[in-house]
Design a protein around this ligand. Structure first.
Ligand code: FAD
Length: 483
């Protein structure tokens, strides 16, 4: 080979060095390959951090459904399309050449955590909260006592909830709980169909809601107005709901006037809005509310005692009346008295919180809190195993909180890789897992397969003026994905 000058020697050395580095980073020993279980916000934000923080790291996102995005697709209300914009960021992550989406793979059934740990440098459990808390009261098993989680899944097209039977032939509804999910349920029940039909709400829900007789929704909490868990944006939406009147009793909030100034900021604004809605509404609002056909009402200091039934039909909920105890203005405990009160209704929603479940019997799990036992995302006594999102923190907080937590978990994994706490040595990566799944006949859905489902849904929605019509059947999703 003819090498004419010293500059060329330097150039050659540089090329050789780069080529050696490339070879080094392409051996499985040196390239971290992380598996993330769950494709909700926690999964995607953790993946984003790992891909950004390590130039060679690869990430596989394993999801039990054929479609990605977790509660952003199946939880966030259809009339909140702006919240779903995070999907654009997740899509950018999924399209990164070092990221692979593997949908329709149920960890704990199709493949175990142990198998994943044998294959990957690190495994992150970001599988959210798939169960809900129950009340353990008489009458709770009546078919018209419905978990808010299932109802949300039903109107959002979650395959497992498509067949939910909701009898909307009732004027009064009681929602047990005063968080944002309770408000989402109330809003969907009370929003005019003309608005809902322009959203991506599932067609089966739209049809049932268009026949609904619901006129009044009670939102019932165990504690007082200073303890409500919903936030101001959601409350404001409820107050501005067309053709609907808020009922906030003056006697519940009038005493708050003197404490509002001392409250921490988000609670202060929220309490001020509750107070003003009850005691100082504008003339326009007063006029509009007087003409409204529907209403929602906040009820406080009531603990559900029993769901009342007659001939199998729900007739109401009996409550114990509570007293609040505790010196702190906000952190009060509800103590039930022997006094009771009944609210008549034909339909009850239980909205008292989501709950995670262990997907493996050997997972260190806190059954009471419904979370994987962990120290800042590192699963207790399981090196190389991490958790992120609701399964790690409990089912609280919005996407922004999940994002912060996902980024932190991603950074900790990279630190552990850098410090040699976890290693890629002897970890073959996804190949072994794919072989196992394929030999079991499992149809894995890739991100480009999801693109086909996405396109099909958008095309189905367009002629009926909806952003998309979700496919609610898993077999049909798979057919479209592999068409
Ligand atoms: P998830 O979003 O639940 O994702 C978990 C994923 O793991 C899912 O895709 C699930 O299918 C998958 N999975 C489960 N088990 C397995 C398994 N065994 N194998 C493989 N995959 C599995 N936040 C906002 O900021 N704005 C809102 O308007 C808003 N609305 C909400 C409405 C409702 C009804 C709810 C419940 C929450 C809402 N949130 C909202 C909160 C937000 O959805 C959560 O903060 C966030 O989704 C939690 O993310 P996650 O990834 O931990 O869980």
């Amino acid at each position: 080979m003819y090498i004419p000058s010293r500059v060329c020697w330097r150039h050659l050395r540089q090329i050789l060095r780069q080529s050696c580095l490339r070879n080094l980073s392409s051996t499985t020993q040196d390239v971290p390959h992380v598996c993330i279980v769950g494709s909700g916000p926690a999964g995607f934000y953790t993946a984003q951090q790992i891909l950004k923080g390590h130039p060679g790291a690869k990430v596989d996102i394993v999801e039990k459904l054929p479609v990605p995005f977790g509660l952003v697709r199946f939880g966030v209300a259809p009339d909140h399309p702006e919240v779903k914009n995070v999907i654009n960021t997740f899509t950018t992550t999924a399209r990164n050449e070092r990221c692979t989406f593997m949908g329709n793979v149920h960890v704990g059934k199709d493949v175990s955590i142990e198998e994943l740990q044998r294959a990957y440098t690190a495994v992150v459990l970001a599988y959210g909260a798939d169960d809900d808390r129950t009340l353990a009261i008489k009458g709770e098993d009546n078919p018209n006592v419905i978990s808010a989680r299932s109802f949300v899944g039903w109107f959002n097209g979650l395959p497992q909830d498509k067949g939910l039977k909701v009898d909307l032939d009732a004027e009064n509804v009681v929602i047990l709980g005063q968080g944002n999910v309770a408000l989402d349920v109330a809003r969907i029940l009370l929003t005019p169909i003309s608005i809902l039909k322009k959203t991506d709400i599932s067609q089966h829900a739209l049809e049932a809601l268009s026949r609904s007789r619901v006129r009044k929704v009670y939102l019932v909490g165990r504690r007082g107005p200073l303890q409500v868990a919903f936030t101001i944006k959601e409350l404001r939406e409820m107050i501005k709901l067309p053709d609907c009147r808020p009922v906030i009793h003056k006697e519940d909030v009038s005493c708050l006037k003197q404490v509002i100034a001392d409250l921490p900021r988000p609670r202060k604004r929220l309490t001020d809005l509750l107070y003003k809605t009850a005691l100082e509404p504008s003339d326009t609002d007063t006029r509009l509310w007087a003409q409204a056909a529907k209403e929602w009402e906040l009820r406080f200091k009531l603990t559900p005692a029993e769901v009342m039934e007659r001939e199998g039909k729900v007739t109401g909920v009996k409550f114990y009346i509570n007293q609040l105890q505790g010196d702190d203005l906000v952190n009060k405990v509800a103590i039930a008295t022997s006094e009771t009160e009944e609210i008549e209704c034909g339909l009850v929603f239980r909205s008292i919180g989501y709950k995670s479940i262990p997907i493996d019997p050997n997972l260190p799990f806190d059954e009471r809190k419904g979370i994987i036992l962990n120290q800042k995302g590192r699963v207790q006594d399981r090196p190389g195993l991490y958790c992120s999102g609701w399964v790690s923190t409990g089912p609280v907080g919005v996407i922004l909180n999940t994002m912060t937590e996902g980024f932190e978990t991603g950074k900790r994994i990279l630190k552990d890789i850098e410090e040699g706490v976890v290693s890629s040595e002897g970890k073959p990566g996804s190949q072994a897992i794919r072989e196992k799944l394929q030999s079991a006949g499992k149809q894995i859905v890739s991100f480009s397969d999801w693109d086909k489902i996405d396109l099909e849904e958008i095309q189905r929605g367009t002629p009926i003026g909806k952003p998309r019509e979700k496919i609610v059947d898993i077999e049909e999703m798979l057919q479209v994905a592999h068409s």
